[in-house]
Design a protein around this ligand. Structure first.
Ligand code: ARG
Length: 574
């Protein structure tokens, strides 16, 4: 069973084994270089060597001995030197792929590799009492795409928003709210107020040391569970979460948990004791508890005043996740500036004897800059906040949709603009290696010609529009015969559609949503070429028209699935 390409490979292995000439453990199938006109290759070197025969002669002998079953996906088998090349059978491939896409529907592209295993993905993770800015958006978007990709791989996925809701900065926030009053607004405006309160307190603290003591008292009160401090803090957390939730809803972000750093507070004394006992950490001359592992710079897990830090809570978080979810992977989608933090974290939990057979992965990413490469910063006043960014994207998309599709009803235009604007922001984050910085270049992001979400959404909508037109002309897809799809551009498109599962596997193995973005982009391009070279509605015969319509439907469905893996919606019309 399995999808077409997987079946093809199994058939190759079986047909080689059936010759009785190659020991099964030496049957390894590879993908040939692009200049080789074949789909898969068996390199006869090793087997020939083991048998003491000439590799080229052996490959030729195998080629004539191979007899695939009559309904096989194997087409031509040829030997070139030591290479035994297998091509897909064009007609049977077309039938298999179009049938799979139709029957699997939204599940096309999924596999069961991860069945029975769990992946924890730690993403978004903004700091409470601050507006989410474009720095957090990258973690949110890349993390959500990885959630979709690992689900498509068959894993149980736990998405956890590791909120920055604990630490000494809360002393200042609580003191400021107590002194100047709580924010009056809701949403981002309330968050801006909170930021202003924090800044004001910080400024006044410089001239008035009493304010510093007051903040320290609030910090301590919070840690000791004082009811007033707790209430103020909870209010602030809830306000921040409500503000964040609006952005999450628009972006299609859904977490399973948002425990946050505060959740681990009670575990921290035990963690420090354990780190000392296992000798992963030691007490430094100044009384702080520190670790120095794997030649990494020394780091603190308990300050000399007894306070804990971000790192301490991250160690506790791993312990908790291991107990609670028993994962095979824990994936952290966090900005590249925290690379050292994660190396130190992984080193100390390993030294403590944890997570021995768990993949601990940091997926780092670069920053967002202006189109001319300037970093965005609050100090420079060019910071972009998430809500404003999304509004801006949707407003720009709306102008385009109004201009291009004036005939559609306004509510539909609004919905399309939302999908296109949000899609542009998401795709901008995902189309390239996350380590590279990204720019906010609206012309590129919203262009329906380049490598952009709008172009992919437009290609999808174009497929749907062809299908609608066909339906209105009474054309039917029923009983279409995919074997008619032998034109080179049809064959290229079909082979490409067949590769979605492999793209999903590669994206998972490399923690790289851009592999899916590339697959989507190539789908749209191959579709464009096919559509230019092969008339669909005006095909030479009704039978060919039906087959091509089926290919159009398959392209639309597969592309919709690819976009969904990235978290991008595909409107029916544009
Ligand atoms: N709140 C942190 C920040 O904004 C990111 C947390 C990432 N996750 C983690 N488990 N350390 O810098």
């Amino acid at each position: 069973m399995g999808y077409a390409l997987e079946r093809f490979i199994t058939e190759i292995k079986e047909s080689i084994a059936a010759t009785g000439k190659v020991p099964v453990e030496l049957i390894e199938i590879t993908t040939p270089k692009p200049n080789i006109p074949a789909d898969r290759t068996f390199v006869a070197f090793k087997a020939a060597k083991a048998l003491g025969v000439d590799p080229a002669k052996f490959a030729a002998e195998l080629a004539s001995a191979i007899a695939p079953p009559p309904d096989s996906l194997i087409g031509e088998v040829t030997a070139t030197g030591p290479f035994l090349n297998f091509s897909l059978h064009p007609q049977r491939l077309a039938a298999a792929v179009l049938n799979e896409i139709e029957t699997a529907g939204e599940a096309y592209g999924t596999v069961a590799d991860g069945a029975g295993r769990t992946v924890v993905i730690d993403y978004s993770s903004p700091n409470i009492a601050k507006r989410m800015h474009v720095g957090h958006i990258r973690s949110t978007i890349i993390g959500q795409a990885l959630v979709h990709i690992f689900r498509a791989l068959g894993y149980r996925v736990i998405g956890d928003n590791h909120l920055g809701d604990w630490g000494t900065q809360f002393g200042i926030i609580l003191a400021a709210m107590q002194r100047y009053g709580r924010p009056q607004n809701e949403g981002e405006a309330a968050m801006a107020e909170l930021e202003a309160l924090y800044a004001r307190y910080n400024a006044e603290m410089k001239d008035d040391p009493a304010l510093e003591d007051e903040a320290r008292r609030w910090s301590l009160a919070l840690e000791q569970g004082d009811p007033t401090a707790r209430e103020l803090w909870q209010w602030c957390v809830d306000l921040s979460l409500r503000a964040a939730q609006r952005n999450y809803d628009r972006l299609g972000i859904r977490f399973d948990y948002a425990y946050g750093e505060s959740f681990y507070e009670a575990m921290l004394p035990g963690v420090i004791e354990e780190a000392l006992r296992s000798e992963a950490a030691f007490r430094d001359v100044d009384g702080a508890v520190v670790a120095e592992l794997d030649k990494l710079p020394k780091f603190i897990i308990q300050r000399n005043d007894g306070g804990t830090v971000y790192m301490t809570r991250d160690i506790a978080t791993i312990k908790f996740r291991l107990q609670e979810f028993n994962p095979s992977h824990i994936i952290y989608v966090v900005d590249a500036r925290q690379e050292l933090h994660f190396r130190q974290l992984f080193a100390i939990v390993r030294a403590m004897g944890y997570a021995r057979d768990v993949e601990l992965v940091h997926v780092p990413f670069g920053v967002i800059t202006t189109p001319d490469g300037q970093p965005l910063s609050t100090k420079k006043g060019n910071m972009v906040y998430l809500e404003a960014l999304l509004d801006d994207a949707v407003a720009r998309a709306r102008a385009l949709v109004d201009a291009k599709s004036a005939d559609l009803p306004p509510e539909e235009r609004a919905a399309i603009a939302e999908a296109v604007g949000i899609g542009a922001v998401i795709y901008n984050d995902l189309y390239q290696d996350p380590r590279r910085n990204i720019t906010l270049d609206w012309d590129r992001m919203l262009s329906i010609e380049g490598n952009s979400a709008a172009y992919l959404q437009y290609s999808h909508a174009r497929c749907r529009s062809i299908l609608r037109r066909a339906a209105s002309e009474g054309a039917t897809l029923a009983d279409a015969d995919p074997a008619l799809l032998t034109h080179p551009s049809e064959q290229r498109l079909i082979r490409h559609l067949a590769r979605l599962h492999e793209a999903v596997r590669e994206a998972g193995a490399r923690y790289a949503p851009f592999v899916i973005a590339d697959w989507c982009y190539t789908t749209a391009r191959e579709f464009g070429i096919f559509f230019e070279q092969c008339p669909v509605l005006r095909a030479e015969t009704p039978a060919l028209r039906a087959a091509r319509l089926q290919l159009v439907a398959a392209t639309a469905n597969a592309l919709r699935n690819g976009l969904a893996l990235l978290g991008i919606n595909a409107p029916e019309r544009m």
